[in-house]
Design a protein around this ligand. Structure first.
Ligand code: CA
Length: 237
């Protein structure tokens, strides 16, 4: 797994107008080895996003002049950088609006620095993985199944099978752990994200659909097996 040293080159932009909070976030992230930039207005936040190309943006929603929501929308017009919003407890509508505008996650004030850093790491990890995949020309194989990451195509015995996006990601996670246990929480984390709080039955429903699409007899699967109480396992035969 990743050690702390691997995070040292990551640059985090903090857009926060409250100097005390901006300072303590900056201090905590720097103590973990991140390269930190602070912008105190929305306009500055946008400029820094464009010019300094941060790896992640922590974006306060309550900013003077230009709101965090506008900043979020603007950044999304030119960048896929992970955006984590910093929101007040009572601004449920803002959280939803922010997520709809393309923010990846939110942290509610007051938050612990530990929690914030854990979120930052989780999002950087996901972004790094997504970036690595988009550059690859990788085909994952298991039994009669080929998953072509570049072409985003799945074939069973050479015949293309249509998968929904989450089904594709789930199959990818299973194939990357071929013949090993894929724990439930690992699959949920990889496919639905570290901040997924939904029903874990969602995973089982997606497994069922994968079996229907990929197995000869979905009620007697030979590739996508259940490891009772723990998760699933993809086996070749
Ligand atoms: Ca503020």
């Amino acid at each position: 797994m990743t050690t702390q040293a691997d995070w040292r080159s990551y640059r985090v932009l903090v857009v926060e107008d409250e100097p005390g909070l901006a300072d303590s976030v900056k201090y905590s992230l720097e103590a973990e080895g991140f390269d930190v930039l602070v912008a105190s207005t929305g306009l500055e936040g946008m400029e820094y996003s464009r010019v300094h190309e941060p790896d992640l943006v922590l974006l306060d929603l309550m900013l003077p002049e230009m709101s965090g929501l506008d900043v979020c929308r603007q950044i999304r017009s030119f960048s896929d950088v992970p955006i984590v919003m910093l929101t007040a407890k009572d601004s449920e509508a803002d959280k939803v609006a922010g997520l709809e505008l393309g923010a990846d996650d939110y942290v509610t004030k007051p938050f612990s620095m530990r929690e914030l850093i854990a979120r930052v790491r989780a999002h950087l990890r996901r972004a790094a993985k997504a970036g690595a995949l988009s550059d690859s020309n990788e085909v994952l194989r298991g039994g009669p199944i080929d998953l072509d990451l570049d072409a985003h195509v799945v074939r069973v015995d050479g015949d293309e099978v249509e998968l929904r996006p989450k089904e594709f990601e789930l199959l990818e996670s299973l194939l990357r752990r071929k013949n090993r246990l894929a724990a439930r929480h690992t699959l949920i984390d990889e496919v639905w994200g570290p901040s997924y709080f939904g029903d874990t039955k969602t995973l089982d429903v997606h497994i069922k659909r994968l079996r229907q699409k990929l197995e000869k007899d979905s009620s007697n699967p030979v590739h996508i097996l259940t490891v009772r109480g723990l998760g699933y396992k993809f086996v070749d035969e």
